[in-house]
Design a protein around this ligand. Structure first.
Ligand code: MG
Length: 374
């Protein structure tokens, strides 16, 4: 580490951004036409800008956070503790914000923007500032629930032909075994996994045991987010590894998962755990205990996508990541160049900070409201 770094933040800007999605994204609550997020710009005393993103959706269906709440929290409670202050290290915010429970996506925006500045000050790419070593990271593809097993086979075939190795398929009750079995019988050697987004209960264990025949690399988040205990019971009954996503929101959750044996893999989402600092600690603890990690996404804009690329270069991220090319979701994004794949890999940028330029024109084009905090 070069010299003593001090992050003296003189100003913050919040941008409420509605980024048009190429194709509407279906959830059980809404059909989203836009990725609605908050972009945070922190400016230091040398005039450098660091960027972070709050991934809170409009409706609190993923976790307790929602965009207008995140906006107020950032504006009224988090940023006043940062603007006009000197911060020695980006991860000092965890102590600073310790009086505010949860709200990890809002905290993540601040932590990521500070890491961007911190890396720029040291003339390092964010990946290297974090301690990452890889020069490229592998990505997999994630496919939503399809209308029929045949349709799913067709879609999977398309992605395998594009060169993707790891195929993740969303499942839910009634659209599970038959769908996955159709894909497995057509593609005996493909690296397949299923994501259940908490759609099952322990009482469904028999059904989930049937999936053991399909040689999946993992089943992601079969049970409820708070249910580390039942995940442990379920893992004891399954040959297939359980991967936890929504269940892991902190280092403490990770410790409990390890002790209880609630799963063997973690999908680390930077936003869900409160930023790059916690993501790094989780992967370190996980790796030391034989738990494999990979990086998940939140339909991110280029800002969070760039931070995901950087964090996925850490040594514990050993499985393909859900970091798609920008173009899979967006025709226009707020970074340049866009995140692009070469084969199924993303090349890690080498420029200081996030390693991508902010497309200011697009940022203002897609901003629906903004706020300065001085
Ligand atoms: Mg998931």
């Amino acid at each position: 580490m070069k010299g003593t770094v001090k992050l003296k933040i003189t100003e913050a800007k919040l941008y409420k951004v509605d980024l048009p999605l190429r194709n509407p994204f279906e959830t059980s609550f809404a059909r989203m036409k836009y990725k609605k997020c908050i972009i945070l710009e922190l400016i230091d005393d040398a005039g450098r800008s660091g960027f972070g993103e709050s991934s809170a959706f409009d409706i609190p269906f993923y976790n307790e956070e929602f965009r207008s709440g995140s906006w107020s929290l950032l504006k009224e409670q988090l940023l006043p503790q940062v603007v006009g202050k000197e911060i020695a290290h980006p991860d000092d915010i965890y102590k600073l914000f310790s009086g505010i429970r949860m709200n990890n996506m809002s905290k993540s925006a601040v932590n990521c923007a500070l890491w961007d500045l911190y890396a720029q000050q040291q003339q390092l790419n964010l990946s290297r500032a974090l301690g990452g070593t890889k020069t490229e990271i592998e990505t997999g593809v994630s496919i939503g629930v399809q209308a029929s097993p045949q349709k799913l086979v067709e879609v999977v075939n398309g992605y395998l032909n594009e060169g993707y190795r790891r195929i993740k398929m969303k499942i839910k009750p009634g659209k599970d075994y038959e769908y996955l079995a159709a894909v497995r019988s057509k593609f005996p050697d493909a690296m397949l996994m299923a994501d259940a987004n908490s759609a099952y209960r322990l009482a469904d264990a028999k059904l989930l045991q049937k999936l053991d025949d399909l040689d999946l690399i993992m089943i992601e988040q079969p049970l409820e987010p708070g249910d580390l205990l039942d995940h442990a019971h379920l893992q004891g009954m399954l040959k297939t590894s359980i991967c936890l996503d929504e269940s892991i929101t902190s280092l403490e959750d990770t410790r409990k998962m390890i002790e209880l044996k609630s799963g063997r893999i973690i999908n680390i989402k930077v936003a869900r755990v409160g930023g790059l600092g916690i993501a790094k600690k989780i992967q370190k603890l996980a790796s030391a205990n034989g738990i494999a990690c990979w990086c998940g996404g939140m339909l991110d804009s280029g800002i969070a996508r760039a931070a995901n690329v950087a964090v996925a270069t850490l040594p514990g991220y050993t499985l393909p990541n859900d970091i798609a090319a920008s173009g899979r979701y967006y025709d226009a994004d707020i970074i340049k160049p866009l995140v692009e794949l070469s084969g199924t890999y993303v090349k890690v940028p080498t420029q200081p900070g996030l390693g991508y330029q902010i497309d200011r024109e697009n940022l203002s084009r897609f901003t629906v409201a903004s706020q300065r905090i001085k």
